[in-house]
Design a protein around this ligand. Sequence first.
Ligand code: AMP
Ligand code: GLY
Length: 436
Amino acid sequence: MKLLVIGGGAREHALAWKLLDSSRRRLPATVFVAPGNAGIELEKDLKNVPITAVPDLIEFARKESIAFTVVGPEAPLAEGIVDAFRFAGLKIFGPTQKAAQLETSKDFAKAFMGRHGIPTADYATFSSATKAHRYVDKKGVPIVIKADGLAAGKGVVVAATLEEAHAAVDKMLGEKQSGKAAPKIVIEEFVEGEEISFIVMTDGRHVLPLASSQDHKRLKDGDEGPNTGGMGAYSPASSITPTLHGKIMREVIQRAISGMEKEGERYIGFLYAGLMITPGGGIKVLEFNCRMGDPEAEVILLRLKSNFITLIEHALSGNLDKIEAEWDRRPALAVVMAANGYPDSPRKGDAIEGLSALPATLPAERDYHVFHAGTARGGENGEEIVTAGGRVLCVAALGDNFRMAQRRAYEIAEQIHFDGCQMRRDIGYRAINHRK
Ligand code: AMP
Ligand code: GLY
């Protein structure tokens, strides 16, 4: 059996690793990852495929008789990779370009939530800077300014002062590039509360919720410093009670999936809702993503006990209601090791040491994994593993409780070294305090 994963970060490393692990319980398999990274290549039966253009990927999938493809990141979804694969008669798990607008256009997502009664913050959309400035003055601060399109995590400004808010409006609406559509922004009411991630798999009709998880978005300990793609994560998210889980499924997830079907665009794939739980227990959707989170995927997949291939096959055949997912009862925690200069200008080419000499006191191999994100072959002989992106590695571990999972993850991370490494020291602190 041959499978293909699209992407090259730690999330895709985890997807491929779990697919391969699942295949061992059935037929021997090869899992290709396009374009992959240096860590993926280190693993037996995982193979990098150095291509990214959709027509070339289709040709590859045909030539290799790929059973199905799983898409990791949002960019290929926004480009329409799912539409193209399906048109070519190839099986692929992910939403179409139109369905992916839930992530790729903030304006589409907000209007969609309005049409289907999904709770979200009040907002207005602008393409005129003058009108946007007037609106900011009328509403006051704090206020949230969001660029309409994909911005790789950099399109949101939570403004505490009017100066910041006006500057964000100018920055996002200011530079109209010739040949491109005029930019749009969404200005949104600031919502207070506790932020949580909620990720499901769906076949377009039925929903299989994944284990709950929570990431740490800020660069520095104590949730300070600039926003990043995520500096660490843990699962389960201690704040999601069964009651809250039911409410999120009813008010957010089911409405989104049935809303897409009613609008003629069945949503198939992973769906990620970024939510704020308000002090009164209400829910507000901050954003939808059309993919798994990263590093949320790493902790979720470490806890998955069911056969991942079987789950995806059920999703692809519209039978997700006929299967349940089983999770390791132990919590998982992941720590991201990021490059010097991340998130603004990550430095590349620092040699990574210690990857092959992990300590003997560690749990069985299945209880932890070092997932690679921005790594490549380089150095003097071209054979060393060097940093090649903002987030470099993601060390994930299971433990009997959060504290043990945290200790293991840091024990492993401390064996690994590269110059300028940035790593938070407090991943999971909320979950640990919560359990006390
Ligand atoms: P988004 O990409 O929409 O999730 O926004 C990035 C981050 O900005 C979120 O993870 C929140 O921490 C914050 N954020 C977004 N929208 C709001 C809002 N309406 N109120 C408060 N914080 C927000
Ligand atoms: N960790 C947040 C995200 O993947 O969007």
